[in-house]
Design a protein around this ligand. Sequence first.
Ligand code: BG6
Ligand code: MG
Length: 215
Amino acid sequence: MKALIFDLDGVLVFTDKFHYEAWKKTADKLGVYFDEVINNRLRGVSRAGSLEIILERYDGELSATEKDALMEEKNNTYLRLLDAMTPADVSNEVRSTLNELRQRGFALAIGSSSKNAGFILQKVQLSGAFDAVSDGNNITRSKPDPEVFLKAASLLGKAPHDCAVVEDAEAGIDAAKAGGMTAVGIGDAAGYAKADYTIRSFRELLEIELFSGYC
Ligand code: BG6
Ligand code: MG
């Protein structure tokens, strides 16, 4: 039995707009320019890594304590925005594709950099869809390091070469490849040359050659 490991933000749910709104508030407070293009660079990057990207335009030095306070404030705003999520925030296409993959015998896991993955899965009622969740709470190194995916594979009891990762971030595709896994790019990562496969819609997962030998 093979396994599929899914990134969460930007693949199963579209939380980018909430990250943007929350980080924009932080940037405005600091008087730092921030837009959707910079927000795109935060895809797959840890909370601390995201703050460092925002601070590239900050003229000054912040202490570790000040950075922690900014991250906490950002996360509180983000959590308030996430609280409005409902099961309707996951498309029927995503739900039916996950069901079909399960019926075909794949083990399914989450491999997300987010420390809020469990909360999001609960809000959209997707927790029961996965055999394992590896997220920002159980890793010490962020994507493009493969740690989060290797932990997911290990939780599933699978060898990396038996796992395919579905990602919307280039850093996530790099992480999958660094971990010896197959990488499927979707959304922003669909045009990324390092992806082994590219899909334009989630249900294409059921069609790509990758799975023909498995089922
Ligand atoms: C990733 C997002 O899934 O999680 C990033 O793509 C985000 O944009 C990262 O920075 C960490 O998220 P959180 O919820 O732990 O702040
Ligand atoms: Mg993502």
